[in-house]
Design a protein around this ligand. Structure first.
Ligand SMILES: Cc1cc2nc3c(=O)[nH]c(=O)nc-3n(C[C@H](O)[C@H](O)[C@H](O)COP(=O)(O)O)c2cc1C
Length: 96
């Protein structure tokens, strides 16, 4: 994680980790698809994981591929019980 949910930690932790650690490095925390692609192309990361982006967009890869608009995740439903905020975000097909 390159930062924390509360924006307390905002310094660059990825560069020193990359310099010290030669294994596979997967980054996350708020990456856009373009930013992820760039970080991998630059050799800064081996892969990028999408958490909240996937939560809000069940069809995230298709949306990225199509250059479609993304649903924004709603932090109010993070860690909540029941299906709200987990299975009720619309897919592209449902939105059309
Ligand atoms: C609802 C919710 C549940 C999560 N549960 C876990 C978990 O069980 N274990 C974990 O390591 N990270 C968990 N995370 C953190 C994510 O894996 C990820 O590090 C974080 O969402 C930042 O990446 P993102 O900007 O792509 O969402 C959770 C995040 C959310 C929003």
């Amino acid at each position: 994680m390159r930062s924390d949910f509360f924006q307390q930690q905002s310094g660059d932790v990825m560069t020193p980790i990359r310099a010290a650690y030669k294994g596979v490095m997967i980054g996350n925390m708020g990456y856009t698809a373009a930013e992820a692609e760039q970080a991998i192309a630059d050799g800064k990361l081996d892969a990028v994981a999408f958490g909240t982006g996937f939560l809000a967009n069940p069809d995230l890869p298709a949306r990225i591929k199509a250059g479609a608009e993304l649903n924004q995740p709603n932090p109010a439903t993070f860690y909540s019980p029941g299906p709200a905020g987990y299975t009720d975000y619309p897919s592209l097909a449902a939105a059309q």
